[in-house]
Design a protein around this ligand. Structure first.
Ligand code: GDP
Length: 195
């Protein structure tokens, strides 16, 4: 699956713009700059299909991609970004909350965490929201190539501890580097098995 079959479907700015809930979908969420666009590009084998957060335009939208006819892959804008006007942030947070808690076909949210930094407060807030909505989530550690092994082990331990507090969390972490290709095929296989 994936390479060659992924197409950008649409950018959504309000709940009533979501495509029909007619197939399983998975979503990628994470703080701004966590490496989400790079990961989606690596996963799909389509450089540039998910634009980086510096690209104006798509940043405030929930972006839908079709993967063949089986799944939607959904890219929500990075949260925790600085410098955006309060009104914009609030509007966006509401949309994110409504989407994450109100989409019946959302099977799993991949919450991306930077291997260098571990989970931040805003990540835990999203996790709590997902607990309440009973939406399963799984943590994807990004940029593993950027940390030394001992630091990575520490980050993983901290992250696992945080996950114990969250009933909607999958205990298993996925370690990835879009730069080196680590974990990409594992993540593809996980998505392919979700139905
Ligand atoms: P987004 O804001 O979450 O979409 O993050 P981007 O994908 O735009 O990545 C943010 C920055 O981190 C960019 O400079 C990327 O080149 C870099 N980056 C992303 N993934 C990796 C990775 O796996 N390894 C390394 N070394 N850098 C990465």
């Amino acid at each position: 699956m994936f390479a060659g079959e992924v197409e950008f479907l649409k950018g959504v700015v309000a709940m009533n713009g979501l495509p029909p809930a007619d197939r399983a979908e998975v979503c990628f969420a994470g703080r701004s700059n966590v490496g989400k666009s790079s990961l989606i590009n690596a996963l799909t084998g389509r450089k540039g299909i998910a634009r980086t957060s510096n690209t104006p335009g798509r940043t405030q939208e929930i972006n839908y991609f079709t993967v063949g006819t089986d799944h939607y892959v959904v890219d929500v804008p990075g949260y925790g970004f600085a410098n955006a006007p309060v009104a914009v942030v609030e509007k966006w947070q509401n949309l994110l909350k409504n989407y994450l808690s109100g989409r019946p076909t959302l099977r799993r949210v991949f919450v991306l965490i930077d291997s260098r930094h571990g989970p931040k407060k805003v990540d835990e807030e999203i996790m709590t929201l997902l607990d309440k909505a009973a939406v399963t989530f799984q943590v994807v550690m990004t940029k593993t190539d950027k940390v030394r092994k001992t630091h990575l082990e520490e980050s993983l331990a901290v992250t696992r501890k945080v996950l114990q507090k969250h009933p909607a969390a999958y205990p298993e972490l996925i370690l990835t580097s879009s730069e080196k290709g680590e974990g990409i095929s594992t993540l593809r296989a996980i998505i392919a098995n979700i139905d």
